[in-house]
Design a binder for this molecule. Structure first.
Ligand code: SF4
Length: 218
């Protein structure tokens, strides 16, 4: 059998280009020191994981989890399907101040802005009954705060699709977003969600790792 990966390499090259743009957008605005700044997706993650990635230069330029590859392909496909339907790709930024006067500039990059909605696209293998996931809802509601628009969260899964709609009045408030930013930059919450450790490449060397219980291992 021939060993010729040229088509897959072309696909991977394209995925690499797209992933590189995303990573540049995320890490290009990250500041762990005042003036604090980061993207919405960054402040919703484990502080230590992000700090390790930057410190040890372990930012993955190409995804190695297949679900992430599928997510990128889903994102790309939907944008192409809708390309003549008038959507925009926008970057928002807004400053939030916590009750001690610490300032945080938070950048928001929703997948699409269409009409009066910010739209976020997700691929997941989670069962439909577990959706939506809390950090995805926060993500959309933070974009809603920044844009003043309604929100739509679309899931694509092996078992079907789901959409969740949010009215602009349901956006997180400035105070709530300042609280999330504070928990990341000042409190350094690690992990933000226990499940993050199961997917984290530092889990065997991280003193803060939350290990699975025996029951979960089974
Ligand atoms: S193992 Fe858990 S706490 Fe440690 S860096 Fe990874 S996600 Fe964060």
């Amino acid at each position: 059998m021939r060993n010729d990966l040229k088509i897959w390499r072309l696909i991977m090259d394209r995925i690499f280009e797209m992933e590189k743009d995303i990573i540049d957008n995320i890490y290009g605005v990250l500041s762990f020191k005042p003036p604090y700044s980061a993207t919405v997706t960054t402040v919703l993650r484990c502080y230590t994981k992000i700090e390790y990635d930057v410190r040890f230069r372990r930012i993955e330029m190409i995804p190695t989890r297949f679900s992430t590859v599928l997510g990128i392909i889903f994102d790309y496909t939907v944008k192409n399907l809708l390309k003549d339907k008038g959507f925009e790709e926008k970057r928002y930024s807004k400053k939030y101040v916590d009750d001690e006067g610490n300032e945080y500039v938070i950048y928001g990059d929703p997948d699409l802005v269409m009409g009066d909605e910010v739209v976020e696209l997700k691929y997941t293998s989670m069962p439909l009954e577990n959706l939506p996931l809390e950090h995805h809802v926060y993500q959309v509601k933070m974009y809603m705060n920044q844009s003043g628009l309604n929100g739509r969260l679309i899931y694509f899964t092996p078992n079907g699709v789901r959409e969740f709609l949010y009215d602009r009045e349901e956006a997180l408030t400035d105070e709530e977003i300042a609280g999330i930013a504070r928990s990341f930059f000042i409190d350094k919450v690690s992990p933000r969600y226990d499940w993050e450790c199961q997917y984290c490449h530092y889990r065997s060397i991280c003193p803060l790792a939350v290990l699975k219980t025996e029951e979960e291992e089974k």
